[in-house]
Design a protein around this ligand. Structure first.
Ligand SMILES: [Zn+2]
Length: 258
């Protein structure tokens, strides 16, 4: 089976350009997700260098604002730097017409999670932007999937047979059967991570997802080397070759569990 990692924080890995080369050589394609302004810049720089070598063939991006920084972005509202951030995001999306929006969403571990709070405002604004620009939306949710579904409906996400529309992508899916059912009329895709297989309610819901709506991902970031046992000292100590091999293993494990 072809390897496509639908959610990879490649710019957060050590030596990302060398990792891009190693992944290309292994036929491993991916969506490079950038969820805060420094990462947008890092992914763009990486893309420019890697595409000069042809290492980004078959890959894509997503640019967005993660709920972990939503409260911070919202609190800058008074001094205009928040608006700068939004206009930078919009111009990035215009510059890259195939880029998705995200990751965006809700996470109960971070500030601004409460109903009507900063996370919700920042998510809604990105959902509107994705809908308006016709882009798929990478959604991060730790907590209230129901609230996410409600906002997607309010923004206008829907699905009509034969019509291409922006789709919600439930990244690192951890919802239950009810969310799979609620996602279908919105045209949702479900991206499966090894964590998705841990929770019983999620495991049981996976069988309800049609094959065409399934994606697979590693969500690998700066914690990847340690989580794979590649490096006990510092992430910088593991080589791009080791990282690429470990990513192939991790993604294969998730795909093969279906
Ligand atoms: Zn992520």
């Amino acid at each position: 089976m072809a390897l496509f990692d639908s959610h990879l924080h490649i710019a957060r890995l050590p030596k990302p350009l060398e990792v891009a080369r190693e992944l290309h050589e292994r036929g491993y394609r991916y969506r490079a997700v950038a969820c805060e302004p420094w990462e947008w810049k890092a992914v763009q720089e990486l893309w420019e260098k890697a595409s000069a070598e042809g290492w980004q063939e078959g890959c894509g991006f997503a640019f967005g604002i993660h709920p972990m920084i939503a409260a911070d972005i919202a609190s800058k509202h008074q001094d205009d730097s928040s608006e700068d951030c939004w206009s930078e995001l919009r111009s990035l999306l215009k510059k890259f017409p195939d880029a998705q929006v995200g990751e965006a969403g809700l996470d109960k571990r971070y500030a601004g999670y409460e109903p009507g709070g900063a996370q919700e405002a920042v998510f809604r604004r990105q959902a509107k932007m994705a809908f308006e620009l016709g882009r798929d939306l990478q959604i991060h949710c730790v907590g209230d999937y129901g609230r996410i579904v409600q906002i997607l409906k309010e923004v206008g996400f829907s699905c009509t047979a034969g019509v291409k529309r922006p789709r919600p992508i439930f990244h690192r899916f951890g919802g239950d059967a009810g969310i799979v059912k609620a996602g279908k009329p919105l045209g949702a895709l479900f991206s499966i991570h090894s964590d998705s297989l841990r929770k019983k309610a999620t495991r049981e819901a996976l069988g309800l997802i049609p094959q065409a709506s399934l994606l697979f991902e590693t969500d690998a970031d700066e914690t990847f080397c340690e989580s794979c046992g590649l490096s006990t000292a510092t992430p910088q100590a593991c080589t791009p070759r080791q990282i690429a091999d470990a990513l192939v293993d991790r993604l294969n494990q998730v795909q093969n569990s279906f």
